[in-house]
Design a protein around this ligand. Structure first.
Ligand code: FMN
Length: 204
C-alpha cells in the first residue's frame, strides 16, 4: 500500500512539473521555439525601395540596453553611403523620450514591419515611453540581438547602426522655408549611423 501511495505521489509530481513548464513557456515570449529566424544580409542587399521604406512603411528607432530601452516611430530618414561606409540617417526631436537613449548609447536600431503592424507603429508614434509601456501596449516583443542591441521579434527588417555623427539642425542653415515646420524651434537632431548589421526575417 505505501508503495502505491509513493507511486501516485511521484506521478502527481511529474505531471505538476510538466504543467509548470508548459505554462512558463506560454508566458515567456522569448522562448527559443517562438523566435523568428533572421538572416544577415549586406546593406546593398536590402530588398526594398528605401524611400518607400522610410516614408510609407515607417520604422521604429530603438536605443538602450536589454534592461532599459525605448522606441519610437519615425518616417524621416535615409539609407545611403557616406565616408566610404554604408549609413543610415534618422532625426529625433529633443523632447522625445527616445532622444535620451539615443544620446546615451553608441548604437541604435531601425526596425521595419509589414502592414500588419501599422497600428502598433501608430501607437509607438503617438504615446511616449515616459508614460506607458508602449511596447507591451503595441503587442511587440523585444529581441535582443547578438550585439546586445534591442530590436523587435516581429520586424521583417532590422538595421543596426553605430553612431558616427550627430548634430542639431540650425535655423541659419535652412535655404528655403523648410524651417517653418519648427515654429517652437525644437529642431531635430540628426543621427548618422554606420550600418553594422542588417537582418532580414526569413520565416514568413
Ligand atoms: C508616422 C510617424 C512618423 C514620425 N516620425 C518622427 C521622426 O522622424 N522624428 C521624431 O522625432 N518624431 C517622429 N514621430 C513622433 C514620435 O514617434 C512620437 O512623438 C513618439 O510618441 C515619441 O515617443 P517617445 O517619447 O517614447 O520617444 C513620428 C510619429 C509618427 C506617427
Amino acid at each position: 500500500m505505501p508503495e502505491r501511495i509513493l507511486f501516485i505521489m511521484k506521478k502527481f509530481l511529474s505531471y505538476t512539473v510538466l504543467l509548470l513548464a508548459v505554462v512558463s513557456c506560454r508566458q515567456n515570449p522569448s522562448t527559443t521555439e517562438m523566435m523568428n529566424v533572421f538572416t544577415q544580409i549586406d546593406s546593398k542587399e536590402i530588398p526594398d525601395n528605401v524611400v518607400h521604406l522610410m516614408a510609407d512603411d515607417w520604422m521604429l528607432i530603438t536605443a538602450g540596453t536589454s534592461e532599459h530601452f525605448n522606441t519610437m516611430t519615425a518616417s524621416w530618414g535615409a539609407i545611403g553611403h557616406l565616408w566610404n561606409r554604408p549609413v543610415a540617417f534618422c532625426f529625433i526631436r529633443p523632447q522625445r523620450y527616445t532622444f535620451e537613449f539615443a544620446e546615451a548609447q553608441d548604437y541604435f536600431t531601425l526596425s521595419f514591419f509589414d502592414e500588419t503592424y501599422r497600428s502598433a507603429l501608430a501607437l509607438c508614434g503617438r504615446v511616449s515611453g515616459r508614460d506607458v509601456d508602449k511596447v507591451k501596449e503595441a503587442g511587440l516583443t523585444p529581441r535582443i540581438l547578438e550585439s546586445g542591441n534591442v530590436a523587435f521579434e516581429e520586424a521583417r527588417l532590422i538595421i543596426e547602426c553605430r553612431k558616427i555623427y550627430t548634430d542639431f539642425f540650425s535655423p541659419e542653415q535652412f535655404i528655403d522655408n523648410a524651417a517653418d515646420i519648427y515654429p517652437a524651434g525644437d529642431f531635430h537632431k540628426m543621427y548618422i549611423g554606420e550600418i553594422v548589421n542588417v537582418w532580414l526575417m526569413v520565416n514568413d
